[in-house]
Design a protein around this ligand. Structure first.
Ligand code: C2E
Ligand code: MG
Ligand code: MG
Length: 583
C-alpha cells in the first residue's frame, strides 16, 4: 500500500488528517500503527481551532522523528531542522494555493459549531482533506528520500564549497556515526575506555595570520593524521572547528599518555606552521552515564589543561564539574545581564602620590547578579572572550564611561580621564574603533578624556597594528599589566603606548627582593627615557608607596588608596577631592 492509500484508508475510518498522515508514515518511523494514532491525536489541536492544518503539524513531526533531531546542544542540527521546517511549510503552502491554515483550506472554520456542521453537511473532509494529505505525502516522500540519499553518499561526493547545508549534514552524519560506534564500544568492550578531546592552540590566531584556507588545510591534515594513528576500535570525530574527540579502549593508563605524545609529535608541523595541542582525558568510570556527559567531561579536562602552564594534558577531575556549571550559568544569563543592567561600571581612582589628588580612574566591570550577588571579571571575562559576548559588555561599559565623562565635563570638574579595558577580542576585529568614535561623537565628550587600556596577547603584531590606528585616531593608550607577560619589552618597542601600567606582581616582588626593586628602578628609568607615562597598579601598602616615590613613580592605583567603587560613589569622592585641592 502506498502512503497515500494508507492515509485515505485512515481518513475513511474517521481519523482526522494529522492522524491519517502520521499513521501512513508509522512504518517508516519504526512505530506501530496504534502508537502512531495515539501520538498523533494531540497534533490536531491547531486544526480543531481553525488554525494550522493538521497535515503541517503531523508532517513536521514525521520529519523530526525521521531526522532524529534529539540533541538540543547541537547548533547545526537545530539550524538544519529549522531549514527543513521552513522548506516543508513553504512547499505545502505552495501546493495549497498559499495557505497552511485549516480554515482557509476548508473555506470554513471548524473551531465553531456552525463551521463544523458545514464541513459535515458538505462532506468537505472527503473532498478537500485528501488533497492536503496527497500534497503533504508528496513533499515528505521527496524530503525523506533526499535525506536518505545524502546520508548515503555524503562520504563519497566532494561537496561544493558553498553548500553549507550539505557540509553541515555531513558533519551531523559523521557525528551520529561516531556516537553510534562509541555506544557499541561502551556496551561490548570489557576493558577500560577513555575519551580524549583535544584542540589546536591559538587556532583562531593561526586562521587570522595564515588565512582560513590554511586553517582548513590544517584541519584536514589533522583528520588524515588521525585516520593513520587510530587503530581498530579507536573512533574519532572532528566535533567542531579545531576540536577533535577520540574514544579509545586501553589497558594501562600509560598507553594514553603515549598516544597523546604520538599525536603531539606526528601532527606537530604542518608546512611551516608549528602546531601545539591541548588534551583533556576522561576515563570512563560509569558506563551508564549519558554519552553527552562523558563528552562534556573530556571537554572540561581540555579546558582545564588550557589553564595549566606546566602540562598540555589534563585528566578529568570531579571539581571540573563546578567549572562547567559556572560556564553554563554565565552563558545562560549573560544576555539578561545586559538587558536588565546587571553589569555595572565600577571606578577605581588613580592618584598622584606627590599631589595627593585623583588624576583619573579605571572603569572595571562588575556583574551584580540578583541571586548570586557580585561576580568579578576574573570569573566571567574568560568565558565571554571565548564566546565573543565580551563585545557587548565592553561596549556597554565604554558607553557608561563616556556618559560619566560627559557628566564631569558638564559639571566643570577638572580633568579626570577615565580609562576603559579593551579586550584582546576586539584587536582581531577592529570594528571597535568605529564604535568608539561613534560613541564619543554621539555623547559629545573630549576624546582625550577617554583612555584605552590594552594587554599584550599571543599576537602582539596585531596589537601593534591596531594601536597604530588608534594612536593616529587620537586615542591615549595605556599598556596594561606590564611585566606580567613574556614579551612586554618587545611590544613596547613596536607599539605607540603613552603610559605603562606596572603589573601588581612587580609591587609584590619589589618588597621581597633586592632584584625586584632593581628591575622596577630600571623600568622607571626606561619609561622616563622613552618619554612614557608610568602608573603602578596594585599598590596596597604605605611601604610600597614610599618606595615608588623614592624611585620616581608618581601615579598609583591600588587598594591602599581606594578599591573600585560604584560610579556614583566615585563621583562624590571626586567632587570632594577637587574641593579640597581647590583650597
Ligand atoms: P586590570 O585591568 O589589570 O584591572 C586591575 C585589577 O586589579 C582590577 O581587578 C582591580 O580591582 C584590581 N586591583 C586594583 N587595586 C588592587 C590592589 O591593590 N590589590 C589587588 N590585589 N588588586 C587590585 P578586577 O576588577 O577584578 O578586574 C580584573 C581584570 O578583568 C582587569 O584587570 C581587566 O583585565 C579585566 N576587566 C575588568 N573590567 C573589564 C571590562 O570592562 N572589560 C574588559 N575587557 N576587561 C575588564
Ligand atoms: Mg586595566
Ligand atoms: Mg592591570
Amino acid at each position: 500500500m502506498t502512503h497515500e492509500e494508507r492515509a485515505n484508508e485512515l481518513l475513511r475510518q474517521d481519523y482526522h488528517c494529522s492522524q491519517a498522515l502520521f499513521g501512513a508514515f508509522a512504518g517508516d518511523l519504526g512505530l506501530d500503527i496504534k502508537t502512531a494514532l495515539k501520538l498523533s491525536t494531540c497534533f490536531g489541536v491547531g486544526m480543531r481551532q481553525g488554525d494550522v492544518c493538521g497535515c503541517v503539524t503531523a508532517g513536521l513531526m514525521i520529519l523530526g522523528v525521521a531526522f532524529g533531531f534529539d540533541d538540543p546542544q547541537e547548533r547545526e542540527l537545530e539550524v538544519f531542522g529549522n531549514k527543513k521546517t521552513e522548506e516543508f511549510i513553504s512547499l505545502f503552502k505552495e501546493a495549497m494555493g498559499g495557505s497552511y491554515l485549516c480554515k482557509d483550506i476548508l473555506h470554513t472554520d471548524v473551531s465553531n459549531p456552525q463551521g463544523m456542521a458545514k464541513m459535515r453537511q458538505e462532506g468537505l473532509k472527503f473532498k478537500i482533506c485528501p488533497n492536503a494529505l496527497a500534497a503533504s505525502i508528496r513533499i515528505l516522500e521527496r524530503m525523506l528520500q533526499e535525506y536518505q540519499d545524502n546520508m548515503q553518499d555524503l562520504d563519497m561526493v566532494v561537496l561544493p564549497e558553498d553548500d553549507a547545508m550539505k557540509s553541515a549534514l555531513r558533519r551531523v552524519n559523521k557525528l551520529t556515526r561516531f556516537r553510534r560506534n562509541v555506544l557499541a564500544l561502551l556496551s561490548h568492550c570489557e576493558g577500560k575506555i577513555a575519551f580524549l578531546q583535544f584542540d589546536i592552540r591559538s587556532f583562531k590566531v593561526i586562521n587570522d595570520i595564515y588565512g582560513e584556507m590554511i586553517g582548513d588545510e590544517i584541519l584536514d591534515f589533522v583528520t588524515e593524521g588521525l585516520k593513520k594513528l587510530c587503530g581498530e576500535q579507536q573512533y574519532f570525530v572532528n566535533l567542531r572547528s579545531d576540536v577533535f574527540m577520540i574514544v579509545t579502549p586501553y589497558e594501562e593508563e600509560e598507553e594514553l599518555t603515549v598516544f597523546v605524545s604520538c599525536i603531539r609529535e606526528t601532527l606537530g608541523d604542518f608546512k611551516h606552521v608549528k602546531l601545539q595541542y591541548t588534551f583533556g582525558i576522561y576515563i570512563v568510570d560509569d558506563r551508564n552515564m549519558e554519552l553527552r556527559q562523558m563528552e562534556d567531561r573530556a571537554a572540561m579536562a581540555r579546558k582545564a589543561a588550557k589553564e595549566n602552564i606546566m602540562s598540555d594534558t589534563a585528566f578529568y577531575q570531579e571539581q571540573f564539574k563546578e567549572m562547567l556549571y559556572t560556564r553554563r550559568f554565565i552563558e545562560d544569563s549573560m544576555k539578561s545581564g545586559i538587558t536588565q543592567r546587571h553589569f555595572q561600571m565600577y571606578l577605581q581612582p588613580k592618584y598622584s602620590i606627590s599631589q595627593h589628588t585623583i588624576v583619573g580612574a579605571e572603569a572595571l566591570v562588575r556583574w551584580i547578579h540578583p541571586v548570586k550577588g557580585m561576580i568579578y571579571p576574573g570569573e566571567f571575562i574568560p568565558v565571554l572572550e571565548e564566546n565573543g559576548f565580551i563585545r557587548n559588555v565592553d561596549y556597554y561599559i565604554w558607553e557608561e564611561a563616556c556618559r560619566f565623562i560627559k557628566r564631569c565635563e558638564d559639571e566643570g570638574i577638572t580633568e579626570c580621564p577615565i580609562s576603559v579595558n579593551v579586550s584582546r577580542y576586539h584587536l582581531v576585529e577592529g570594528e571597535f574603533i568605529q564604535v568608539l568614535n561613534g560613541m564619543i561623537d554621539r555623547i559629545g565628550i573630549e576624546k582625550q578624556h577617554l583612555e584605552l587600556e590594552i594587554t599584550e596577547t599571543v599576537n602582539n603584531q596585531q596589537i601593534s597594528e591596531m594601536s597604530g590606528q588608534l594612536k593616529d585616531g587620537g586615542f591615549m593608550l595605556l599598556m596594561d599589566d606590564f611585566g606580567s607577560g613574556y614579551s612586554s619589552l618587545s611590544i613596547l618597542l613596536e607599539t605607540p603606548f603613552d603610559v605603562i601600567k606596572i603589573d601588581k606582581k612587580f609591587m609584590e616582588n619589589m618588597l621581597v627582593s633586592k632584584k625586584g626593586r632593581l628591575i622596577l628602578e630600571q623600568v622607571v628609568a626606561m619609561a622616563k627615557k622613552l618619554d612614557l607615562g608610568l602608573l603602578a597598579e596594585g599598590v596596597e601598602t604605605r611601604e610600597q608607596v614610599e618606595l615608588l616615590q623614592e624611585i620616581g613613580c608618581d601615579m598609583v592605583q591600588g587598594f591602599y588608596y581606594a578599591k573600585p567603587m560604584p560610579a556614583e560613589e566615585f563621583y562624590e569622592l571626586l567632587k570632594e577631592d577637587r574641593k579640597l585641592n581647590a583650597v
